[in-house]
Design a protein around this ligand. Structure first.
Ligand SMILES: *[C@@H]1O[C@H](CO)[C@@H](O)[C@H](O)[C@H]1NC(C)=O
Ligand SMILES: *[C@@H]1O[C@H](CO)[C@@H](O)[C@H](O)[C@H]1NC(C)=O
Ligand SMILES: *[C@@H]1O[C@H](CO)[C@@H](O)[C@H](O)[C@H]1NC(C)=O
Ligand SMILES: *[C@@H]1O[C@H](CO)[C@@H](O)[C@H](O)[C@H]1NC(C)=O
Ligand SMILES: *[C@@H]1O[C@H](CO)[C@@H](O)[C@H](O)[C@H]1NC(C)=O
Ligand SMILES: *[C@@H]1O[C@H](CO)[C@@H](O)[C@H](O)[C@H]1NC(C)=O
Ligand SMILES: *[C@@H]1O[C@H](CO)[C@@H](O)[C@H](O)[C@H]1NC(C)=O
Ligand SMILES: *[C@@H]1O[C@H](CO)[C@@H](O)[C@H](O)[C@H]1NC(C)=O
Length: 408
């Protein structure tokens, strides 16, 4: 029988009972303060899912996808579990649950104390109400598990879309259609929403049309925001790129821009993406210093939907059984039903403007061979760059994207 389940991954992001995940759940484990595995997973996924030599833009939330897969991991067993452990770089469900809860708690607390930015994150696993979920799993994941009637797909899709729309403040009004959930047994939905204002805002009056070079031959006019100020700036020889930090108010989350030099006939952008991992990114961040610089950055808005490409990418990375109806083992959720994940949808939205971000070539070239080059006069993002919305405290990539083409 072909049990179709849907994994709906979206952006735009306790107490453990004994013997639920295994015979010997160790409840004394404390949350780890090393979350580098989440970043490594996210950057790996970025490289795999984004055809980065294309002229397309791209935007997604690796942290949101990590959350949805982690929810599936809690329900997994056998080889499905082993594959997820390798790719998510985890080795224990209790430890992973504690890390996931502590991150969730941290982000919620920050939200409570800070009116400067909004970061909403919500995870849900919707199960058909005729399944018999194990009661200990219902206890552990009581906020996440919800029963719906998938025999009424229109109603079920509406329930999921309401949740997503609410979490993303209407930025992503529909994630799934009724067609996506016909015959579904399970839908993993994850929604993340970020709205931040820059600590140093751009002045509207300084924004002017400027040229953006997708390639030396292909350019177009975009609205370029400008400001001069003191910013953390650095050069990463490992990545072959300049890096700039644009902090949001609240001072925990920043946007980092990675800008490779633009040299005709040399694909610095691809080389940078190939070398990007948690270590190289963190090294680049730690080697910045404050300089006065004129920042020139396009004002832009991106919307992204990733579907089959996501399953394809995860499968290339090693998550295969989860998506295979004949092999998936999600017996920790329900020992009887043959659940598997049949579909994946990730939607993301970002808007970068003078005030901040809702998440929702003729450039000044500086040699990368000098350890500490003279302070640049300009950080001019007039050719393809990466942008990473990063939680500096937990070192977690919340969202990331590539801006390559204003016309796309
Ligand atoms: C964090 O864990 C990774 C392995 O997951 C390890 O390579 C790295 O050195 C650790 N970092 C710190 C600061 O302990
Ligand atoms: C990107 O690389 C792939 C594989 O090497 C190739 O098939 C494709 O044509 C390239 N795309 C562009 C726009 O260069
Ligand atoms: C599924 O996983 C459970 C728990 O790891 C294991 O006991 C069971 O044998 C697995 N089923 C299959 C078909 O691999
Ligand atoms: C939030 O504020 C409360 C009361 O001022 C404080 O106890 C708590 O530590 C703060 N939490 C965070 C995450 O800053
Ligand atoms: C908002 O950010 C400003 C500037 O960083 C800070 O002074 C203020 O305390 C913040 N407000 C709240 C409620 O955190
Ligand atoms: C649950 O419902 C699905 C369709 O909605 C059906 O295919 C399946 O047989 C039902 N399972 C049970 C255990 O009743
Ligand atoms: C982020 O971390 C880097 C390196 O630790 C530091 O230089 C920078 O000031 C931090 N930014 C914020 C906003 O805390
Ligand atoms: C990260 O990338 C650098 C440069 O490509 C490489 O030397 C390093 O081994 C990589 N680290 C990890 C943890 O993959």
């Amino acid at each position: 029988m072909n049990w179709l389940a849907t994994i709906a991954l979206l952006c735009a992001a306790s107490s453990v009972r004994p013997q639920c995940f295994s015979e010997d759940d160790d409840l004394s484990i404390v949350p780890s303060n090393n979350l580098s595995s989440i970043t490594d997973f996210g950057l790996d996924l970025f490289r795999t899912v984004f055809p980065y030599n294309s002229t397309n833009n791209f935007f997604f939330s690796p942290y949101s996808i990590w959350n949805a897969l982690t929810l599936a991991y809690f329900g997994s067993g056998g080889n499905t579990q082993a594959e997820l452990e390798r790719v998510l770089r985890v080795d224990d469900k209790v430890q992973t649950l504690k890390n996931w809860r502590s991150l969730e708690f941290l982000y919620q607390m920050r939200q409570v104390n800070n009116s400067n930015y909004t970061f909403n994150l919500a995870n849900k696993a919707y199960f058909d109400n005729n399944l018999s979920l194990r009661s200990c799993v219902k206890d552990i994941l009581h906020k996440e598990l919800e029963l719906v009637d998938f025999s009424n797909p229109i109603q079920a899709a509406a329930t999921i879309n309401d949740f997503v729309s609410q979490t993303t403040k209407g930025r992503i009004p529909t994630l799934v259609g009724a067609d996506d959930v016909v015959n579904a047994q399970m839908v993993l939905a994850n929604a993340a929403f970020f709205k931040g204002t820059w600590l140093y805002q751009f002045k509207n009056s300084a924004t002017q049309p400027g040229l953006f070079y997708s390639s030396p031959q292909d350019y177009s006019f975009v609205d370029m925001m400008r400001q001069k100020g003191n910013f953390n700036h650095g050069v990463s020889e490992e990545l072959g790129a300049h890096i700039l930090e644009l902090p949001y108010t609240g001072e925990a989350v920043s946007m980092f821009i990675l800008l490779p030099p633009f040299i005709s006939g040399d694909n610095g952008f691809n080389r940078m993406v190939e070398r990007l991992n948690g270590t190289t990114l963190q090294n680049a961040i730690e080697e910045m210093w404050r300089v006065q610089v004129e920042v020139i950055l396009p004002k832009f808005k991106l919307e992204q939907a990733i579907g089959d490409e996501l399953v394809q990418a995860l499968s290339e990375m090693g998550v295969k059984d989860l998506f295979d109806a004949a092999k998936a083992n999600l017996t920790t959720f329900d020992p009887v039903a043959s659940l598997s994940v049949g579909k994946s949808i990730h939607k993301a939205f970002v808007e970068v403007s003078e005030e901040g971000t809702e998440a929702a070539a003729a450039t000044a070239l500086i040699s990368l061979r000098i350890a500490r080059p003279a302070a640049p006069e300009k950080f001019e993002c007039n050719h393809p760059f990466l942008f990473i919305i990063y939680d500096n405290f937990t070192k977690n990539v919340l969202f990331m994207g590539a801006y390559k083409n204003p016309k796309a």
